[in-house]
Design a protein around this ligand. Structure first.
Ligand SMILES: Cc1ncc(COP(=O)(O)O)c(C=O)c1O
Length: 323
């Protein structure tokens, strides 16, 4: 072990400590220097930022395809909602400034397809829990490598299961805070059970959401149902998918699209399970707790919605922010 007391020694040590996964890290904006930093080994968040030691911050994640961010305004609006929910405000220009810095980072990264993560944190100030120790918030934007959506990587469909992790209380579930330990536990549980996505149920026995995705079903009556928004994150993909699904109602494929209380018995009787989110698009659940759903093959509604969403991402000018 060495003692590092200056930048030059730090730089030598950092150079020697590069990690292979950093090849996926393309560009970062940090308000610490009001700069875009390209070398991933220089991507740093101060340890006394309350984001690090208290999870005191909020975030968004969205994707860019065809050199445009998809549905970015919905994500920024949700960022503002989450920030307000914890009394956090970006005073240096508000959401317009956050948008400008985010687009600058997207441009600097410059890939046709990439992921973007925007984090608004309480900022540095102390190692205590008190948010009033922090004179001003920090903004971090990370742009990193894209990968193919779930159904392209797994055309056979997704294994889904019930999670035993307790849902967050509605106040915290409806904001996208950097406090994701229950979500992490849900993903850990899913991996350990050999399934792709696990979904939690609330105390009333109604379906809530997955670790980083929303769940819905095509009911036995042919309706596309997603949970009520009062106790889950208002997923941008879920809401857009529900709009796109109106086309399937119009052509008679679906009887209706709506929010509903969904019990585990409803899931067991469902024709299809759909799992939706910004990285995965629409995934078709083919098993539930190890038993086949529908015919054990990706269902027609999930596949049709995935195709409609893909087209929307590629070409819906109203939802695309070019860079
Ligand atoms: C808890 C949770 N639910 C749902 C979603 C899906 O939201 P979106 O479709 O906006 O990505 C996410 C996204 O990360 C999430 O973290």
């Amino acid at each position: 072990m060495k003692i590092i007391s200056g930048f030059e020694e730090w730089a030598r040590a950092a150079e020697a400590a590069r990690k292979p996964w950093q090849k996926n890290h393309i560009a970062m904006y940090t308000s610490e220097f009001d700069a875009i930093v390209l070398d991933p080994q220089l991507w740093r968040i101060p340890l006394d930022d309350h984001l690090v030691h208290r999870g005191d911050g909020v975030f968004e994640m969205f994707k860019c395809e065809n050199r445009a961010a998809y549905n970015m305004e919905a994500h920024l609006a949700r960022l503002v909602h989450s920030a307000r929910s914890i009394g956090l405000e970006w005073k240096k220009g508000g959401i317009d400034d956050i948008r400008e810095k985010t687009i600058a980072a997207m441009k600097a990264a410059g890939r046709d397809r990439q992921y973007v993560r925007v984090m608004l944190s309480r900022g540095p100030g102390s190692f205590a829990v008190n948010p009033y120790d922090c004179p001003e918030p920090s903004l971090y934007v990370m742009v990193y490598a894209w990968h193919e959506p779930f159904m392209t990587l797994h055309p056979e469909g997704a294994k889904t299961c019930r999670s035993d992790v307790r849902v967050k209380e509605p106040r915290y579930a409806t904001m996208k805070s950097c406090n994701y330990l229950p979500n992490v536990m849900m993903k850990k549980e899913a991996v350990e059970r050999g399934c792709d996505f696990a979904v939690a149920f609330d105390d009333a026995g109604h379906m809530a959401e997955g670790a980083t995705e929303n769940f819905g079903i095509v009911s036995a009556a042919g309706e596309l149902l997603f949970p009520d928004l009062s106790g889950i994150l208002s997923g941008t993909t879920m809401l857009r998918t529900m709009e796109l699904a109106e086309k399937l109602v119009a052509d008679g494929t679906l009887a209706a699209v709506r929010h509903a209380d969904i019990t585990e018995a409803d899931v067991e009787a469902a024709r299809e399970i759909t799992v939706v989110g910004s990285t995965l698009d629409v995934a078709a659940g083919v098993t539930w707790n190890g038993r086949p759903v529908g015919g054990g093959k990706p269902g027609p509604v999930a596949l049709a919605l995935n195709a409609l969403l893909h087209e929307d991402i590629q070409s819906n000018a109203a939802l695309r922010t070019a860079y």
